[in-house]
Ligand binder design. Structure first.
Ligand SMILES: [Zn+2]
Ligand SMILES: [Zn+2]
Length: 513
């Protein structure tokens, strides 16, 4: 009897250790450091070991581990009910408290009834993905539609709405569902600053059959809320945005793609009173002429800073590459349009950008990568590099080598050609403090990883992708300002109008085609 109980005690100790370990696992959410893309914006918790972490942000990655824990506990309840049942109750109480705290952190959330219905279905689930090729079908209705420009508009609208929560949304009436405007505003805020968008994923697309097109997008971002009462707080957020537009509307010209103005005639936004434009005399709201935000909801947000110094196992590298069915054919068409764009020449360009990215990242010199990346990607890279500088540490990538490049997708529209490649690479990756202490990673053990890179170039441009560090316009050695202009010829080389620039880096588990 006594002997049996001693075994029980030892087993109990084992079970408790297991419970503790899993509990810890739930809380040691971590960010994988890697040049440019390994981070997420939700405070690092989404890159947990969960293989379906792509949709499970902000602690959601722990759900799989939680299920394992509960399974083990049920097992314990059957084998040793006297020990298992109380332990199960403690764990259940823990999760209830955690859920209540989590609900309290949600902060703000505003959606149209439509959107709420969608959320109920998908809440807590990995969202279904809509591939970009599917959205590209909008071009059948609207030949000027460009995904690159659409995503720029989404970034711009998203940032405007976040700021509108503090400074009011009246000026955005043409771009907002009317009921949304009021409910978004938070009177406690005096401003929202430092908005950086980390990633966006397409969750739902209503198709081109209905009179109103509808696209739901999940956006990871971070931003600083400045409070009227004084002080500020930084958030890492995952938001869902629903955009809608009349199927009959036509996309704005590329030249207007970086300003919010009258959706119909392009008059300054001040000319639009309510949803009526005083220039063109049209009601320009309700998505009649351009995309409008019809739903905006916060999925999760947290003030906790990103963890720059912990490791997590690489996930997804072994998964097959998501290749769009039409990609090889569209690559051939692109090469026919411009024979200088060969697979080999493109690989040369990628190798250059890859090498420059390692240098910029490890050396915390964001300007080094500026000539090769789009504005949005640069903002995000700059944000991370700056964060390392602030935290007095450095993520070093050494001996980085590209092992293989797969073609994943090619999309060409009236404004841009976009090529998505999956890059398999190996490097030595570790983080050190400025005084030389190793904080994470290994100084000698190489690591293999993969990610999806999207390069874009203006569709009118022809010529061989540059593999050297010279201006694609004037040929001078590259000296590029923060805003992307060549210091000699002053053209903006990062717009993609001159050569292929990197516009997105997506992780294996995040890429949806
Ligand atoms: Zn107008
Ligand atoms: Zn130049």
């Amino acid at each position: 009897m006594r002997r049996a109980s001693r075994i029980d005690a030892r087993r109990l100790l084992g079970w408790l250790t297991l419970a503790l370990a899993v509990g810890l696992l739930l809380y040691t959410a971590s960010a994988w450091a890697r040049p440019g893309g390994g981070h997420t914006y939700s405070g690092g918790s989404s890159r947990s070991s969960s293989s379906r972490s792509s949709g499970g942000h902000s602690g959601g990655g722990g759900d799989g581990d939680a299920a394992g824990l509960i399974f083990q506990l049920i097992l314990l309840c059957i084998q040793y009910p006297a020990l298992g049942v109380p332990l199960l109750l403690i764990v259940v109480a823990f999760f209830v408290v955690k859920a209540i705290i989590g609900a309290g952190q949600k902060g703000w959330s505003t959606t149209t009834p439509d959107v709420q219905a969608v959320e109920r279905v998908e809440d807590g689930e990995t969202a279904a993905r809509v591939g970009r090729a599917e959205l590209d079908t909008i071009r059948a209705l609207d030949p000027g539609f460009s995904l690159v420009l659409f995503e720029d508009l989404v970034y711009m609208l998203y940032a405007a709405v976040l700021r509108g929560r503090a400074i009011g949304t009246q000026a955005l009436a043409a771009y907002l569902e009317p009921n949304l405007g009021h409910s978004l505003v938070d009177p406690q805020l005096s401003d929202v600053q430092g908005i950086v968008i980390g990633a966006m994923r397409y969750v739902r697309f209503s198709g081109t059959q209905s009179p109103m097109l509808e696209i739901e997008i999940e956006i990871e971002s971070n931003y600083v809320e400045v409070l009227r009462a004084g002080g500020s707080r930084r958030f890492y957020a995952v938001d869902r945005v629903v955009l809608t537009r009349a199927a009959t509307a036509r996309s704005r010209a590329k030249a207007r793609s970086h300003t919010l103005d009258c959706p119909n005639c392009g008059a300054p936004l001040e000319a639009v009173r309510g949803t009526e434009c005083s220039y063109c005399r049209q009601n320009v709201g309700f998505g009649r002429f351009d995309w409008m935000i019809a739903g905006f909801s916060n999925q999760s947000r947290e003030t906790r800073g990103p963890l720059l110094t912990s490791d997590v196992a690489e996930t997804g590298t072994e998964l097959p590459t998501i290749v769009d069915r039409g990609a090889p054919q569209r690559f051939e068409e692109l090469s026919r349009k411009d024979p200088a764009v060969s697979w080999q020449a493109l690989q040369g360009r990628v190798a250059l950008i890859f090498a420059e990215l390692q240098i910029a990242w490890s050396g915390r010199e964001p300007l080094k990568i500026r000539p090769f990346v789009s504005d949005n990607l640069f903002q995000s890279l700059y944000y991370w590099i700056d964060l390392y500088t602030q935290q007095r540490c450095r993520n070093i990538s050494e001996n980085a080598t590209i092992l293989r490049i797969d073609l994943a997708n090619v999309l060409s529209d009236a404004s841009f050609d976009a090529i998505t490649l999956r890059i398999f690479a190996r490097n030595i990756d570790y983080t050190v403090s400025d005084d030389g202490k190793l904080l994470s990673g290994h100084r000698s053990r190489p690591r293999t990883y993969s990610e999806y890179w999207t390069l874009i170039r203006g569709s009118a441009r022809r010529g061989e992708p540059r593999r050297d560090n010279n201006c694609p316009n004037c040929g001078a050695p590259l000296a590029i300002s923060m805003t992307g202009q060549c210091e000699y010829c002053r053209v903006k080389v990062t717009s993609g109008d001159f050569d292929w620039v990197l516009s997105r880096i997506e992780q294996d588990e995040s890429y949806g085609g």
